[in-house]
Structure formats: C-alpha cells, structure tokens
Design a protein around this ligand. Structure first.
Ligand SMILES: [Zn+2]
Length: 229
C-alpha cells in the first residue's frame, strides 16, 4: 500500500506529489489547487481510492465532485475551481475496462463452433451413405439374386444413378465446398482471435479464457486491468 499526497507547492506554484514523505514537484498548477488537496491510497494491485482533503477543495472524478472515490487509470481527475487535470500516469493505477461486449463475441464463436462440428458429423455420415449406394450397385451388377430381369434392370439403374449422383456430390465437396469451408473456418477463427481481446492491452484471450472464466478472474490475466461489466 502507498499513500500519495497531492497539492500545490507554495513556493514554486507547481504540483507537489509526496510519496512516503518524499516530495517531487511537477508542472505549474493554478492557485485553486490547495497545498494539501487530495490523497490517493494505492494498493499493490493498482486499485486506488482518492480522497479530497479539505472541504474547501474540490476533487472531481469524471466531472463529479467527490469526497472519497475509487480511481483507475481510465478516470479523469480534476482539482480545484480551475479544474486542473491531474496526470494519473505517475500513479501507476490499475485500469478498469468494460468487457461486457465480449460475452456476445464468445457466444457467437462457440455457437459457430458447435454448428460446424454438427455439420462435419452430418457430412461424414452422408459420405458413408453414398459409399453404400456404390457398393450396392456393384453387388447387383455381379451377383445373381434370382430376381426378374426387368426388376434387376430397374434396380441397377436406380443404384447407378444414386452412385453417380453421390460421386458427383463427393467430388464437388472435395474440390469446391471443402476448400471454401476450410478457408471460411480459418477466417472465422481469425476474426475470433482479433475480436476476443483485452480492451486495455489488446492482447487476445483466446479459447482458454471463456467469458464466464474472465468474469471469475475479474481482471486481465496479462495486464491486470480490472473488468467492469
Ligand atoms: Zn489486458
């Protein structure tokens, strides 16, 4: 834990930041920033609370005057009547990012994945059925099952037609549909990787971090940004 005092240095009229009793002065500040204006208590994980130190001061967080308020790197902190904007980068605060939009991205992706798996199973099943037609046609051609010549001829014609159609279908699938499906699947995977990213550090979470797991974590496993949802 760290306590950071923020105010105006009376001599130089610059911003004075005191951490554990050690002060540094930064750029010029208006007189409306008090000598001891506010205090930031920062935890080791980067979460922090800002407290206005004197009722005559005003400390704003995102435009709202606050007495004591949680503050993250993504907030706007202003001090005093002239609304001096405090540079928060020196405080090394955790970021807090909205991740609610990732729920839809995750759900869309998983339902697409499921759909793809089902259609793959279907297409495998269909392939084995067409294989059976070809085999039956072959057996009818060479076998004699004591059937009427006319019946044999009709049956053969039907089976040959079915086998022919299935060969055309399989070839089309092999040379036209399959490559297109593989490409589409790759594009879909890439889109997921591009979209399912941490809003703070932009690094992809990937499939191992399903949305519910991210909510459980409450923060980005890579940059430790806190999640808001
Ligand atoms: Zn991150």
């Amino acid at each position: 834990m760290q306590e950071i005092l923020i105010g105006r240095d009376g001599g130089t009229q610059t911003l004075k930041v005191t951490v554990n009793g050690k002060s540094t002065t930064l750029g010029a500040v208006p007189m409306s920033v008090s000598r001891e204006h506010c205090k930031v208590v920062r935890q080791d994980d980067g979460t922090a609370v800002i407290t206005n130190l004197n009722s005559r001061n005003v400390t704003y967080v995102n435009g709202q005057a606050v007495v004591s308020h949680e503050v993250t790197a993504d907030d706007v902190v202003e001090l005093g009547g002239d609304r001096y904007r405090l540079d928060l980068s020196m405080l090394k605060l955790a970021r807090k990012v909205d991740v609610s939009h990732l729920q839809k991205i995750w759900e869309d992706y998983t339902s697409w994945e499921e759909h793809t798996r089902i259609s793959n199973i279907r297409s495998t099943a269909l392939k084995s059925v067409t294989g059976l037609f070809s085999m039956a046609a072959l057996i009818i051609t060479f076998g004699d099952f004591g059937m009427e010549v006319e019946t044999m001829r009709t049956l053969r014609l039907v089976l040959y037609t079915l086998a022919g159609v299935s060969i055309i279908w399989t070839s089309l699938n092999m040379f036209v549909t399959a490559p297109r499906r593989v490409r589409k699947a790759r594009e879909r995977e890439e889109r997921f990787v591009d979209e399912y990213v941490c809003p703070a550090c932009k690094r992809p979470f990937g499939k191992s971090y399903r949305y519910e797991k991210l909510l459980q974590l409450g923060e980005c496993p890579m940059c430790k940004a806190k999640f808001r949802y």
